[in-house]
Ligand binder design. Structure first.
Ligand code: CTP
Ligand code: MG
Length: 595
C-alpha cells in the first residue's frame, strides 16, 4: 500500500477510461437539470453561430450589390439581434456550467473529507500528509474543469462542427471541399500534438510531485535544517529540483507554442484557398461575393472548436489521472469496523481486561505477545519498559486505533469490538506524550467544542490541574489564540492544558503516556499534582516515567520486547530483583533526589 502511494502522483493512466468516466458521471447525476439546461443552451449558441455568416451573405448578395439600403439596415439589425441573443445565452451557459462544476466538486470534496475522517490510524502511518492535501485540493480542482466546461463544451463543439458543415455544403459543396482540403494536415498536427503533450504532461506531473514532497519535508523539518546549518546545501538541492520542474514545463510550453500558431497557419491557408478558388469562380460569374465572405467566416468558426477539442483532450486527461487518484483514496477501506449491533451501555464502571492479546502493526511481526491483565474499576496501573517495548501500542489497541490480531480486550466484560465506538471515545480520555493542540482559543482546546463542557467546568478543571495561573497570565486568558500545534506555548504548558482537557471531559478511564522530556522543578511539581488529581476516582493506565506515579500505582506491568515479564507493586518488584530492579537502578534512582 505504502509503495502504491508513492507512485500515485506519477499515474498517467489512459486519456479516457470508461469505467472512471461512469463513476465520475455519477457525481453530476443529482444535477441532471443543470446538465440538460446547459446542453440545450450550448446547442442554441452553436446553432446561432453559422447564422451570422449566412446573414452576411444575404446582406452582400441580396442587398448591397443591388443597392438596397433598407435591406442592408434590416440585415444589420438582424445580425445585431443574433449577437445579443448569443451573448445572453452565453451568459446563462457559463453560469450554469460553472454552478454545475462547483456543486459537484463540493460534493466530492465533502465525501473525501468524510472518508479521511473514517480512515484508521494505520492508514495515516503510511500516507504522507502532503499527498492527502493534494487529493483534496488540486485533484478535486482539476475535476472542476471537466465538470464545468469539459463535458458540456465537447457537446457544443461537436455540434458546431456538424452545423457549420451542413451550412457550408448546402451553400456550395465544391468550395466546401476546397476549404476542407487542409483538414488532413490539421488532423495529423493535432495527433502529433496530443502525443507530445501527453509525454510532457507525465514529466510535468512527476516533477510537481517531487517538488511538493521536497517542500513538504523541508518545511516540516526547517528547524533541523537550520540547526545543522544545512540551508545552503538544501537550497542547492531545492534549486535543482526546481530547475527540473521548470525544464519540464518549458518542454510542454514548447508544444503549445508550436501547435496554436500551426492551427492558425492551417486556417489561414484554408482562407487563402477559398479566396483563390472562390475568387476565380466569382470572376467567371459562377459564384457570388456573399458566398465567399460567408465561407471565410465559416472557416474561422470551424477551426476554433477543433483547436478547442485538443484542449479539452488535455482537460480530460488531467481529470482521468486525478479521478483515478481520488477514487483510490475513496476505495481505501483501512477502516475500523463498527459492530453491526453495537452494545451501548448507559455508563461504564471502568473495568479493563486484556486476554491473551497479540498485536502486530505489520503482518506477523508481533509487537505485543500474549498480553493478559485485569484492572478493577478505580485502580491505577503503571506500564514501564524500555523504548520500543510496546507501551504506546497497548494504548493504541485499547482505544481501537488499531485492531488486534488475536485475543480479546474487554471493557466492563464487553469485547471492545462489540462496543459502540462512541462508548469508547466518551469513556476513555488519553493524554499523549506529545500534546496536540489545535489552532483556536485555550478554552476551545480544553472543551474540544463539547457543548456540555461549560466555561465554569473549563475554569474549574484548569484550576484543579494547576493550569489556571499561567492561562490567566496569557493575553486574553482563556480566549488566548493557540497557534497551530500550540507552537507559542512551552511543553509544560501544553501538558497542563491537555490535563485540563482530560479532567474537563471527566472520563471513566484515563490513559496517560507521560512525557519523557523534563521540565523545571516548579512545573514538575505542578504536573505531579495534576496527575494525582487526574487519577483519583477513575481507572487509569499510566505509561510512567515519573517515580511518584509508579510508586503510587496499584500494579506495575514490566514490558519487555512486547511481553509482560513482571507484574506487582513497586516494593514487590524491587524485592524481586528482576528487570524492574535493574530499570529502577538505571532510570529512576536519581529522580528520588529531585522528587
Ligand atoms: N511500531 C510500528 N508501527 C507503528 C508504531 C510502532 O511498527 N505505527 C513499532 C515500533 O517500531 C516498536 C514497537 O512497534 O518496535 C513498539 O512501539 P511502541 O509501543 O510505540 O513503543 P513504546 O514502548 O511506547 O516506546 P517509547 O518508550 O519510546 O514510547
Ligand atoms: Mg511510547
Amino acid at each position: 500500500m505504502a509503495s502504491d502511494y508513492k507512485t500515485d502522483d506519477e499515474i498517467l493512466g489512459k486519456a479516457y477510461d470508461a469505467k472512471l468516466m461512469r463513476r465520475l458521471l455519477a457525481y453530476v447525476k443529482p444535477y441532471k437539470g443543470y446538465i440538460l439546461a446547459a446542453i440545450l443552451l450550448s446547442i442554441l449558441v452553436a446553432a446561432l453561430g453559422p447564422v451570422r455568416p449566412y446573414l452576411t451573405k444575404i446582406a452582400i448578395d441580396d442587398h448591397i450589390t443591388h443597392g438596397n439600403y433598407r435591406g442592408v439596415i434590416l440585415v444589420t439589425m438582424l445580425l445585431f439581434a443574433t449577437l445579443i441573443l448569443q451573448s445572453v445565452i452565453q451568459y446563462f451557459l457559463t453560469y450554469y456550467t460553472q454552478l454545475l462544476g462547483q456543486r459537484t466538486i463540493l460534493d466530492l470534496r465533502t465525501q473525501l473529507f468524510r472518508h479521511t475522517q473514517k480512515l484508521a490510524v494505520r492508514f495515516y502511518d503510511k500516507t504522507p500528509i502532503g499527498r492527502l492535501v493534494t487529493r483534496l485540493t488540486n485533484d478535486v480542482e482539476s475535476l472542476n474543469e471537466l465538470f464545468s466546461s469539459g463535458i458540456i463544451m465537447v457537446f457544443s463543439d461537436v455540434f458546431i462542427i456538424v452545423w457549420i458543415l451542413i451550412f457550408m455544403f448546402s451553400m456550395d459543396w465544391e468550395l466546401s471541399l476546397v476549404s476542407l482540403s487542409v483538414l488532413p494536415l490539421l488532423i495529423y498536427g493535432t495527433f502529433l500534438f496530443r502525443k507530445k503533450v501527453r509525454e510532457t504532461y507525465r514529466e510535468v506531473r512527476l516533477h510537481i510531485a517531487r517538488l511538493n514532497s521536497y517542500m513538504q519535508e523541508h518545511i516540516t523539518g526547517m528547524f533541523v535544517v537550520q540547526i545543522f546549518n544545512k540551508e545552503k546545501a538544501e537550497f542547492k538541492n531545492f534549486s535543482s529540483v526546481n530547475e527540473d520542474h521548470k525544464k519540464a514545463n518549458i518542454d510542454s510550453i514548447f508544444y503549445y507554442a508550436v501547435f496554436f500558431p500551426s492551427v492558425e497557419f492551417v486556417s489561414s491557408l484554408a482562407i487563402a484557398l477559398i479566396i483563390w478558388y472562390g475568387g476565380g469562380e466569382i470572376v467567371q460569374n459562377k459564384m457570388t461575393l456573399g458566398v465567399l465572405f460567408a465561407f471565410i467566416q465559416f472557416t474561422e468558426m470551424f477551426f476554433r472548436p477543433i483547436r478547442d477539442l485538443s484542449e479539452k483532450y488535455n482537460i480530460l486527461q488531467t481529470a482521468m489521472a486525478s479521478s483515478e487518484r481520488i477514487f483510490k483514496l475513496l476505495d481505501n477501506n483501512t477502516i475500523i469496523e463498527e459492530a453491526e449491533n453495537p452494545v451501548i451501555p448507559a455508563s461504564l464502571k471502568g473495568e479493563i481486561e486484556f486476554k491473551n492479546v497479540w498485536f502486530a502493526y505489520n503482518g506477523e511481526d508481533h509487537v505485543l505477545k500474549n498480553i493478559s491483565f485485569k484492572i478493577e474499576p478505580g485502580q491505577t496501573y503503571a506500564i514501564v519498559g524500555a523504548t520500543g517495548a510496546g507501551k504506546t501500542s497497548i494504548i493504541n489497541i485499547l482505544t481501537r486505533f488499531y485492531d488486534i490480531n488475536k485475543g480479546e480486550i474487554l471493557l466492563d466484560g464487553i469485547n471492545i469490538k462489540d462496543l459502540g465506538k462512541t462508548v469508547i471515545n466518551k469513556n476513555i480520555a488519553i493524554v499523549l506524550q506529545d500534546v496536540f493542540l489545535f489552532s483556536g482559543t485555550v478554552e476551545a482546546n480544553i472543551s474540544m467544542n463539547n457543548e456540555n463542557i461549560t466555561p465554569e467546568v473549563i475554569r474549574r478543571s484548569a484550576g484543579a490541574v494547576g493550569a489556571a495561573a499561567f492561562i490567566e497570565a496569557l493575553p486574553g486568558a482563556y480566549s488566548y489564540m493557540v497557534k497551530e500545534r500550540g507552537a507559542t506555548l512551552s511543553v509544560g504548558q501544553k501538558q497542563l492544558i491537555s490535563f485540563a482537557r482530560a479532567l474537563a471531559h471527566d472520563p471513566k478511564i484515563l490513559i496517560l503516556d507521560e512525557a519523557t522530556s523534563s521540565v523545571d522543578t516548579e512545573t514538575e511539581i505542578l504536573i505531579q499534582n495534576a496527575i494525582k488529581k487526574l487519577l483519583t476516582g477513575r481507572t487509569s493506565i499510566v505509561i510512567a516515567h515519573r517515580l511518584s506515579t509508579i510508586q503510587n500505582a496499584d500494579k506495575i506491568l514490566v514490558l519487555h520486547k512486547g511481553e509482560i515479564k513482571e507484574a506487582g507493586t513497586h516494593q514487590e518488584l524491587l524485592a524481586n530483583r528482576g528487570i524492574y530492579y535493574k530499570l529502577y537502578q538505571l532510570q529512576y534512582k536519581d529522580q528520588e533526589i529531585g522528587a
